[in-house]
Ligand binder design. Structure first.
Ligand code: SAJ
Length: 483
């Protein structure tokens, strides 16, 4: 009597090497992945599956012309797409029946939060993708989830849906694994080729088959095999740890402000401690943490331990260190409000009736990505307090960015005109060369304020030009006497 995995191993052996691959979800993860799979010598064909929906159906024709529908520069991608489409090794389709022809199918479907308040992921698009795959799944196929998901999803919800739709059994009739993506917009191909790839199957056979799928597309990256759940925890934990590191230095910045010292001196001092086995990965304090990774992956991890965890031994009544870190990072925009109120008060003003020039809507320096930007809660609080807020960002395009605020301006003079306070939220390079005397003149304010959330202005120069200065972590300057 064959065991389940022996049966699966036999099926895989009969199938032979992976030649036909399907990638579900033609987004910034699926498109480069599909192009790289298609460029592997032994692969005959890759199907890019894309729903022919009103919002994204246009991608099908574009991709079949070898054109990338992704906005922004992606070095090497247009050429690679042209090559694999020209060679007939890649095509895009909305016909999910072609899943039946595939030896391996990956799902690269986003899992946003339905509502930022309850922090529950919206798995709807992923569930639809899983149903589409399940309906056409054949024995001996490998299914891999690449989306960032709550630990336990691959061996839980995903497995259940695939089995229900196909009538097949995971681990017996088909392989199932998780291989989280680690790509950054602007360097998609490089990241896939060069980053190590975590690959985790629900069983040994699935893990091995998933390693067979990913190993050929890696250049300097190595495949790191583990279980599916360990792979899900790795992905969420790597972002949780980054968020934790940022919170640690944000809290240090708040302490330095209270103690009247410069956090950047302390940071340089701490970072100087290095040598064998000594690490002090001290990051940079700032006006908050945005983006689509760090703002949600902590909650995926927390939910994973709730859903999957057995008996958790943890200090009674203590909040998780990780959600505490989230809370500190989410406090930073509020701290920026307090710094702005303090700087305005130095000139006898308050938020009500003042004009704020908010510099930088993107969540990260020199980028047009404004997802979950920390500038938004700041703007909302300032508006609620009765301030007028003019937002400037030279990178976020109001015409194409879904996260652009109303009235987003690219005209600095216009935003500075009449401003009582200049508040920096993104460290765009355009803000590092501002001349305080010019800004003051354009503002027309005798005692303007400047609040620096990303350490881009020189406190002494702006104070000398007559600004009330406040900066994250700049306890040495925040209490300066007005000029
Ligand atoms: N931030 C700080 N201080 C820091 C670093 C970042 O306040 O020292 C803020 C940024 O301003 C931004 C937010 O945190 O608002 C996130 O910045 P990020 O550099 O982490 O950029 P992300 O969110 O795009 O993170 C991505 C993630 N990559 C993937 O998910 C594949 C993350 O895992 C990477 O570690 C990160 O890029 C990276 O290292 O570039």
């Amino acid at each position: 009597m064959q065991t389940m995995t022996e049966n699966l191993a036999t099926l895989i052996q009969k199938r032979g090497p992976i030649r036909r691959i399907g990638v579900i979800g033609m987004g910034y993860v699926g498109i480069p992945a599909a192009a790289l799979f298609a460029d592997v010598a032994g692969v005959e064909h890759v199907y890019g599956f894309q729903r022919d929906s009103a919002s994204s159906g246009y991608k099908i024709a574009m991709l079949n012309r070898g054109e990338s529908p992704l906005k922004g520069e992606e070095p090497g991608l247009p050429e690679l797409l042209g090559k694999v489409v020209g060679a007939g090794k890649f095509s895009c389709t909305s016909d999910f029946a072609k899943v039946a022809e595939c030896d391996a199918v990956t799902l690269a479907i986003q899992t946003p939060f339905a509502d930022k308040k309850d922090l529950l992921p919206d798995f709807t698009p992923l569930v639809e993708g899983l149903r589409n795959v399940g309906r056409h799944l054949t024995p001996g196929t490998l299914v891999v989830l690449e989306s960032t998901i709550t630990p336990g999803t691959t061996a839980g919800m995903a497995r259940e849906i695939l089995e229900a739709e196909s009538g097949l059994v995971a681990g017996k009739d088909f392989c199932l694994a998780h291989a989280p993506e680690r790509v950054m917009v602007g360097r998609l191909l490089r990241n896939i080729r060069e980053h190590d790839r975590i690959v985790g199957g629900i069983d040994e056979v699935s893990t091995r088959r998933a390693v067979e799928l990913y190993a050929p597309v890696l250049s300097t990256g190595e495949v790191i095999p583990m279980t599916a759940t360990a792979a899900e925890v790795t992905k969420t934990a790597e972002n949780t740890f980054r968020d934790l590191q940022i919170a640690a230095v944000n809290q240090l910045a708040l302490y330095c402000e209270a103690m009247g010292i410069n956090v950047y001196d302390v940071r340089a001092g701490v970072a100087s401690l290095e040598g064998e086995g000594i690490t002090r990965a001290i990051l940079w304090p700032g006006a908050g943490v945005g983006g689509h990774c760090l703002t949600k992956d902590t909650y995926h991890l927390e939910r994973g331990v709730q859903v999957l965890g057995g008996e958790l031994d943890f200090p009674a009544g203590r909040e998780s260190l990780y959600t505490l870190a989230r809370g500190i990072n989410d406090f930073m925009p509020e701290h920026m409000v307090h710094l702005t109120e303090s700087a305005l008060a130095q000139a006898g003003k308050c938020l009500a009736g003042s004009k704020i020039a908010l510099l930088g809507w993107a969540f990260i320096n020199d980028s047009d990505d404004a997802r979950n930007t920390p500038a938004e809660p700041f703007r909302d609080a300032a508006l609620a307090a009765g301030a007028e807020v003019a937002v400037h960002d030279p990178w976020v395009d109001p015409a194409t960015s879904p996260d652009a605020p109303p009235g987003l301006s690219r005209d600095l003079e216009d935003v500075f005109a009449g401003a009582d306070a200049v508040v920096v939220f993104a460290g765009h390079k355009e803000y590092r060369g501002l001349v305080p005397e010019q800004v003051k003149e354009v503002s027309g304010s005798p005692h303007p304020a400047v609040v620096d959330g990303r350490n881009v202005v020189d406190p002494d120069a702006w104070i000398a030009a007559g600004f009330a200065y406040r900066g994250i972590g700049r306890g040495d300057k925040n209490g300066h006497t007005p000029q």
